[in-house]
Design a protein around this ligand. Structure first.
Ligand code: NG1
Length: 498
């Protein structure tokens, strides 16, 4: 039985069954294809396979970088990395060579990742560097780097908010570790792969790598940070989550200064403004980075049994921050510093300051403090002894509230996502929301097992048929854009005799 604790070693199996369960026969055919591609390119079979899944976040959006726990599950779709020690380079190939052409890199762990020339092989190099960097951080002697022959195959849709990038980075890291005889715990791999992904130019919050490594079949995870850890959340019997892709593509890296990274800045400024209003000096307020750090200050002022709950935090925000945007000048006056000085040395934040001169603080803080409470609430409903129907109704309500908050307060939804959520609800979803960063990408809907087929048909009619008719997607591809998923296994190394 796979285990998913941060202190556990990476799972190693000699069979596909512990990972793929009922879908083992389909997986076997896929691995045979990967092996055949490997043999054709490199002359003989791989020594091992490493695989890591995509994920869907069930609740807790845009709060991981504020220090709060999130509640994702691993998906059945994954990335497989077949690997063998060989030549004196890193030769990175893909079964889909037309889309992902072969890339060759040196074995030097200190090499730079060329973010300017974005290519898919960068994810492998980022993971490779991450393994050696983590060894160095631990003060452990690194083994001599060896050349590797690699064949990758992924089934996680790319660019849809299901963390295809975490899947390839985590699978690559495990393959590199295996070939160098290096062992780290799951928690260590989750931490260093989150940092390593930044080499590819994305400021990751840490959720995606943690669930990709620590996911378990049938179990969602409450993932918490500093240090990263995951605890089991058993979903009610008969619960299925249906993922649907709005097909609005949000390029996170390109739009970061107006979307993702702007929100990170707004949250810090909201935290600083709250700290000031709660009596901290300007100097102290300038040191505050996350809204979580403000919690004890709120607790000190709003004494009483509920002082540590989101109720007190939301009351504090309502009282202490004003409606509407804060201008750069107003915040600079409050904090007694130029914002460019506050963010000195932080290139992504400085780009945000260059592109924006007003910041929404109240709405963002209201979202974060309400959303972070929905995560333990969701877990508590799952763990309660209530009847299944009642549990599902409460979970659905939390998901609906999360979507409304993302749309109205965090403003990270989009016309397409809102339309898809509406179609999902009309098709019988008990709860439905955007998942991942938003501004495009996927929705996740809670559906009863017995209703799944009818639900998917209705959503195909209500949302996707129009896109087929407009020639944007092909009817035979619809299964990639909407699919049911139960929590699937996390990352593993497979020593297979195929
Ligand atoms: P996506 O864009 O869905 O991979 C991003 C962050 C997460 C988290 C969510 C919002 C990366 C790689 N991931 O997820 O850490 O902050 O947005 O909840 O940036």
């Amino acid at each position: 039985m796979p285990t998913g604790g941060a202190g556990d070693p990476i799972n190693v199996y000699s069979e596909l069954e512990p990972v793929y369960g009922d879908a083992t026969e389909t997986a076997r055919r896929r691995y045979e294809t990967i092996k055949a591609a490997f043999v054709e390119r490199f002359g003989s079979a791989p020594e091992a396979y490493a695989r890591s899944p995509g994920r869907v976040n069930l609740i807790g959006e845009h709060i991981d970088y504020e220090g709060y726990g999130v509640l994702p599950m691993a998906l059945a779709v994954d990335t497989v990395v077949a690997v063998r020690r060989g030549c004196d380079q890193l030769v990175v190939c893909n079964v889909d060579a037309a889309k992902y052409p072969e890339k060759v890199f040196s074995v030097d762990p200190a090499q730079e990742v060329d973010v300017g020339k974005h290519n898919w092989g960068n994810y492998f190099v980022a993971a490779y560097k991450g393994v050696f960097e983590h060894l160095a951080e631990k003060g452990q002697q690194a083994p001599a780097p060896v050349g590797l022959e690699i064949m990758v195959h992924g089934t996680v849709p790319t660019g849809g908010g299901l963390s295809s990038s975490a899947a390839i980075v985590c699978a690559s890291a495990m393959a590199v570790m295996r070939m160098h005889g290096i062992e780290f715990t799951k928690g260590e791999v989750a931490e260093f792969t989150a940092r390593a992904e930044r080499y590819v130019g994305v400021t990751s919050g840490g959720m995606d790598q943690a669930i990709s490594i620590m996911g378990m079949p049938g179990i969602a995870k409450l993932v918490e940070f500093n240090p990263v850890r995951a605890s089991d959340v058993v979903l009610p019997e008969g619960t299925v989550f249906v993922v649907a892709n709005s097909l609005a593509v949000s390029n996170k890296a390109e739009s970061a200064t107006k979307h993702y990274n702007l929100r990170v800045v707004e949250c810090r400024l909201a935290a600083a403004a709250l700290a000031l209003a709660l009596g901290q000096s300007r100097e102290e307020a300038r040191k505050i980075i996350t809204l979580k750090e403000v919690e004890p200050l709120i607790e000190a002022k709003y004494s009483g049994p509920k002082a540590s709950t989101s109720g007190a935090q939301l009351a504090a925000v309502q009282e202490l921050l004003h409606d509407g945007a804060y201008s750069t000048g107003e915040i600079e006056e409050l904090l007694g510093t130029k914002l460019t000085d506050l963010y000195e040395g932080n290139a992504s934040a400085l780009r945000v300051l260059g592109a924006n001169d007003s910041f929404e603080l109240k709405k963002r803080a209201l979202h974060v403090y309400a959303e972070k409470q929905r995560v333990p609430d969701f877990r508590d409903v799952c763990n309660s002894g209530a009847p299944v129907d009642e549990k599902m109704a409460k979970l659905g309500q939390l998901m609906d509230e999360s979507h409304a908050s993302c749309r109205d307060l965090y403003e990270c939804s989009s016309v397409e996502l809102d339309a898809l959520v509406q179609v999902n609800k009309g098709a019988g979803a008990i709860g439905s929301r955007l998942t991942g960063a938003g501004w495009g990408g996927c929705t996740v809907s809670l559906v009863r097992q017995e209703d799944v087929d009818a639900f998917i048909e209705k959503v195909k009619e209500g949302y996707f048929q129009g896109l087929v008719a407009a020639g944007r997607i092909k009817a035979e591809e619809l299964g990639e854009h909407i699919f049911a998923s139960k929590p699937a296994a996390g990352g593993a190394v497979l020593n297979l005799r195929l």
